[in-house]
Design a protein around this ligand. Structure first.
Ligand code: ATP
Ligand code: MG
Length: 389
């Protein structure tokens, strides 16, 4: 199943483009599902069809749904958050605070994405399009899947063994309940599914993120940071869509200066994202709502291309054998040397880029090898690992 995620700054046109892509994909013959994981849903308004949290048939080959993010969270997280609440209350936190603390940033989006596994496994759809929340929260869920991987490989088994052996004594000393087996089972189950979703989303042949921008300075700045963070976490971007371009009819009169400024910003967008293709979408002469309007907008963006194509084979992350050692190569678009910090600690590589940190657990082949050199060149960092020993 081809997966396409739309993200970008607030209000740039993510929902409209997700819906337009879905309509275009379905009309091109793909069995398509479009789902919104932004708690502030507007997919139903955009398609002009009532939706719920289960798939609704919108037209031939097209289903849509608005995920009930709270429901997904409670379903997946209730056993664990129940335990965390008890633990935090025992530490003296008030119930309301404990309730808030038991939900980590990025979790709602992440758990909503677990739905993708169901669709992928059912074989019902060829294409899934996801309308994400604005960039900030999208990036938090990317990092969150790393946090859970880190915890699972580092502490999970140890903690489980410790709890089994020490429960009766430890509970008396720390005066708080320790997790029971069902908490551990629950963590394990979620971990497996999160890793499956992560694998699904990091495969450049199947999954792509599409960044929606408007030709405006502040929007461009945010999308650059988003692209950097997506690359750092290994998520492939197959195109950028510059939305709301003033058409040539606006080259005279009130909007002419706006049009000139947009042209300059569009050049900046092209230069920055190169070689990722930048598609454009004109500003329509009214709100774009309903299937036929969305189909027109889809045509404006994709012309006669298939909207489900992979427009760019992005390789944000690779590891290759190099002369007895290994080279790890991470794409970091637009990054300067002084913005990168990197160190290894036991079996992990910690990389900080422009204030964002990734704790990368080293694959087995790289464990125990020293970093020989790390160089930032051509928008990538190349890290050479030496021979074993
Ligand atoms: N190319 C366009 N031409 C005309 N109107 C557009 C265009 N793109 C988006 N719009 C309109 O702009 C408004 C905001 O778009 P949309 O809801 O898709 O943005 P969003 O990025 O999803 O916003 P949010 O961050 O709030 O989710 C909508 O009313 C939509 O109809
Ligand atoms: Mg939206």
């Amino acid at each position: 199943m081809r997966v396409i995620l739309y993200t970008g700054k607030g209000g740039v046109g993510k929902t409209t483009l997700s819906a337009a892509t879905a309509v275009a994909a379905a009309r091109a013959g793909h069995r398509t599902i479009v789902m919104s994981i932004d708690a502030a849903h507007s997919l139903s308004d955009s398609l002009d069809v009532p939706l719920s949290h289960t798939p609704t048939r919108v037209e031939d080959r097209l289903d849509a749904l608005e995920i009930d993010v709270h429901h997904e969270l409670t379903q997946n997280w209730s056993v664990i958050s129940g335990y965390l609440k008890k633990f935090l209350s025992a530490q003296g936190y008030e119930e309301v605070v404990a309730e808030e603390l038991a939900v980590l940033p990025g979790m709602e989006e992440l758990f909503s994405l677990l739905k993708l596994l169901e669709f992928s496994r059912s074989g019902e759809y060829d294409t899934a399009i996801i309308d994400c929340a604005p960039t900030g929260s999208t990036l938090q869920f990317l990092a969150f899947s790393d946090v859970i991987e880190w915890y699972m490989t580092r502490f999970f088994d140890l903690e489980r063994k410790f709890v089994k052996a020490m429960k009766p004594i430890a509970e008396r000393i720390i005066k708080a309940p320790l997790p029971t087996d069902d908490v551990f089972f629950s963590v394990e189950g979620i971990y497996e599914r999160i890793m499956a979703v992560k694998t699904l989303l990091s495969d450049p042949l199947n999954a792509s993120v599409r960044l929606v921008v408007n030709p405006e300075k502040m929007v461009i700045a945010e999308s650059r940071r988003a692209y950097l963070a997506l690359s750092l976490f290994g998520f492939p971007v197959d195109c950028v869509i510059a939305n709301r371009l003033l058409p040539k009819e606006a080259s005279k009169g009130y909007f002419s200066e706006w049009r000139k400024t947009q042209k300059l910003h569009l050049e900046t967008i092209n230069e920055f994202f190169e070689p990722v293709p930048v598609k454009t979408c004109r500003l329509f002469n009214g709100e774009v709502i309903g299937l036929d309007g969305l189909a027109l907008l889809g045509e404006d963006v994709f012309g006669d291309q298939d909207p489900a194509d992979v427009f760019h084979d992005d390789q944000p992350f690779s590891i290759t054998a190099d002369n007895g050692g290994f080279e790890m190569n991470i794409k970091l678009p637009g990054v300067r040397k002084d913005q990168v910090d990197l160190w290894t600690k036991e079996d992990e590589l910690i990389i900080t880029v422009d204030g964002r940190r990734r704790n990368l657990l080293l694959p087995r082949a790289l464990k125990g090898r020293a970093v020989k050199s790390a160089k930032v060149e051509h928008d990538r960092i190349r890290i050479l690992f030496g021979r074993e020993g």
